[in-house]
Design a protein around this ligand. Structure first.
Ligand SMILES: Cc1cc2nc3c(=O)[nH]c(=O)nc-3n(C[C@H](O)[C@H](O)[C@H](O)COP(=O)(O)OP(=O)(O)OC[C@H]3O[C@@H](n4cnc5c(N)ncnc54)[C@H](O)[C@@H]3O)c2cc1C
Ligand SMILES: NC(=O)c1ccc[n+]([C@@H]2O[C@H](COP(=O)([O-])OP(=O)(O)OC[C@H]3O[C@@H](n4cnc5c(N)ncnc54)[C@H](OP(=O)(O)O)[C@@H]3O)[C@@H](O)[C@H]2O)c1
Length: 487
């Protein structure tokens, strides 16, 4: 028998699925049956941020799931949802210690993403200070089930950061619900948006239009929102020299402004460039709103970093913005907790896993007892880039895994006895904790997901809507009822 490649991927987001799909298609046909890929995700549904991140009004982005479905139709790939992989055995439902995966697999990939939002040190979480990720999780019905944002008592929202997540959240808060209702927006979210009192969203950035992190497609969408106007920018803000095509396009859009003229709409938004939070005063009996203190900034022409703007006497220039809800949208990092299965490789400075070329994490030799370890996607690159870049990264890791497997000495490749001690029996079985969870129906499979997926679409189709999402309790009941009917 050819020495098997039995791979555990921790994280069932796009990176995990792209990697699996690439490996399945590149694996030599003559050895096809020597490959097994098991994907584990702590959430009950697969696809990571494609399901629980991508904005509902971007349905075309989710077409990548067709590729993931096709990979999962290969009998060599198995998905196990509701499985949290931790560095040690912990109490959470269906937790599997990484030591168990190490005993049962020849190769292991961390495709765990960057699941923690960056927070501003001067803006600690509060009733009215909530990270953008909470709002994203609310409108995507993420299993963490965050409290809904207090939109019925909020007229002004301040988003900190000028990336695409900022614009996604601003668009969701300002877009007329009559447009959103045909998309994959949960009914209770649509109700809250219909009752929302939000009139203005300030998108606040510490640098200028040339340095803004959002892309032109997302900016154009904001400009085209019906009945929503951008507060025109001061001429001095636009008086900068573009040096890339992306920058010229951004400047052109900013100069043109929104389709709806300012002053003619009930809802407005602004891009507050060159502003950095320097403090906040929480609401009190005297003042019902938050007072967000902003330091005015200037961008250093060489380093491109933001620094304080000073008045002629050398004092920092500041202003105060009264606001009802503050939403930091300042990017993400990988979980630093010691319970994370990759804890020993976590880089405290970059806040994600340190990797070598090909996503290799450990330099362990396959001829030892240890499996080879890799990291892929945002877990290995940080929270940078879009699905296309995540895909390219995952493909390169799949190729490295195949290269490492192929480069084994012919004698060990053709050995009848496996040099890596895979303790499962038969060799391609998942670890015992997973077999236990499957028998008690706590762990989801890809077949479960496909059934829920079809049912979510079916439930929404009568109302002309794309999908009506289930939470885990609803999905579990649906799966239980379906299984009972089949018996
Ligand atoms: C709000 C938002 C919107 C976006 N919209 C777009 C868009 O419109 N277009 C676009 O091209 N890109 C978009 N992106 C970027 C895109 O989502 C990422 O490029 C991509 O999701 C990264 O994939 P990943 O698999 O590395 O991480 P993720 O998608 O985060 O997947 C990681 C998975 O690992 C699981 N996991 C983590 N830890 C564990 C553990 N210990 N045990 C088990 N499972 C674990 C998580 O549950 C998750 O499912 C968006 C990103 C965000 C944050
Ligand atoms: N539609 C889409 O394609 C889509 C949608 C969502 C996300 N994504 C992708 O997902 C990735 C993550 O997006 P993101 O918006 O979360 O992050 P991002 O693109 O990195 O933007 C983060 C923003 O936060 C600001 N920021 C960071 N730290 C700050 C601090 N301490 N003080 C003040 N401001 C701070 C940054 O400003 P500085 O630039 O000054 O640091 C930047 O404006 C990006 O690659 C994005 O393109 C894509």
């Amino acid at each position: 028998m050819i020495r098997p490649l039995k791979l555990a991927i921790i994280g069932g987001g796009p990176s995990g699925f792209y990697l699996a799909s690439r490996l399945l298609s590149l694996f030599p046909q003559s050895y096809a049956d020597s490959l097994r890929v098991h994907i584990f995700d702590r959430l009950w549904a697969p696809h990571g941020l494609v399901r629980y991140g991508v904005a509902p009004d971007h349905p075309e982005v989710k077409n990548c799931t067709h590729k993931f479905d096709s990979a999962a139709s290969d009998p060599r790939l198995k998905f196990f949802g509701n499985v949290n992989v931790a560095s040690n055995g912990v109490d959470a439902l269906n937790s599997v210690p990484s030591s168990s995966l190490k005993k049962n697999y020849t190769h292991l990939v961390f495709a765990t993403g960057c699941t923690e939002p960056n927070m501003h040190p001067l803006l600690p979480r509060d009733d009215g200070i909530i990270p953008a990720l909470d709002i994203v999780h609310w409108y995507t019905r993420h299993p963490s089930n965050p409290s809904p944002p207090p939109l019925s008592s909020t007229n002004h929202v301040s988003i900190i950061g000028m990336g695409n997540v900022s614009l996604d959240v601003a668009r969701m808060l300002l877009c007329p619900p009559s447009i959103l209702e045909k998309y994959d927006v949960p009914s209770h979210v649509l109700d809250a948006l219909r009752n929302s009192k939000v009139k203005h969203v300030s998108v606040i950035g510490r640098r200028g239009p040339l340095e803004a992190a959002f892309t032109t497609k997302e900016l154009r969408e904001m400009m085209n929102l019906p009945d929503v106007a951008l507060r025109p920018l001061e001429k001095s803000v636009l008086d900068v020299q573009a040096s890339t095509r992306q920058q010229s396009r951004t400047l052109d859009l900013l100069k043109k402004g929104s389709k709806a003229a300012f002053g003619t709409t009930l809802k407005t938004w602004s891009l507050d460039f060159y502003r950095n939070p320097i403090g906040v005063t929480v609401p009190s009996s005297k003042s019902p709103s938050y007072s967000l203190s902003l330091g005015h900034t200037t961008v250093d022409s060489v380093t491109k970093r933001a620094g304080p703007l000073l008045d002629p006497k050398g004092a920092p220039i500041t202003s105060v913005l009264p606001t009802s809800l503050i939403v930091p949208a300042m990017g993400f990092h990988a979980e630093p907790s010691s319970a994370a299965p990759y804890a020993q490789w976590y880089d405290l400075d970059q806040k994600y896993i340190k990797t070598l070329p090909g996503g290799r994490v450990s330099t362990t030799n396959l001829d030892t007892e240890e499996p080879k370890i890799y990291a892929s996607g945002w877990a290995a690159t940080g929270a940078k880039g879009v699905l296309a870049s995540t895909m390219m990264n995952a493909y390169s890791v799949a190729e490295a895994i195949l290269e490492d497997w192929t480069n084994l000495t012919p004698s060990s490749t053709n050995s009848n006895t496996h040099p890596v001690a895979i303790s499962s029996s038969p060799w391609d079985a998942p670890p015992p904790e997973i077999l236990d969870g499957l028998s008690s129906a706590n762990i989801t499979t890809y077949e479960d997901w496909l059934a829920v997926d079809a049912e979510e679409v079916r439930r929404a189709s009568a109302g002309g809507k794309e999908r009506e999402r289930m939470d885990w309790n609803e999905a579990k009941k649906f799966l239980y009822d379906t299984a009972r009917q089949k018996r």
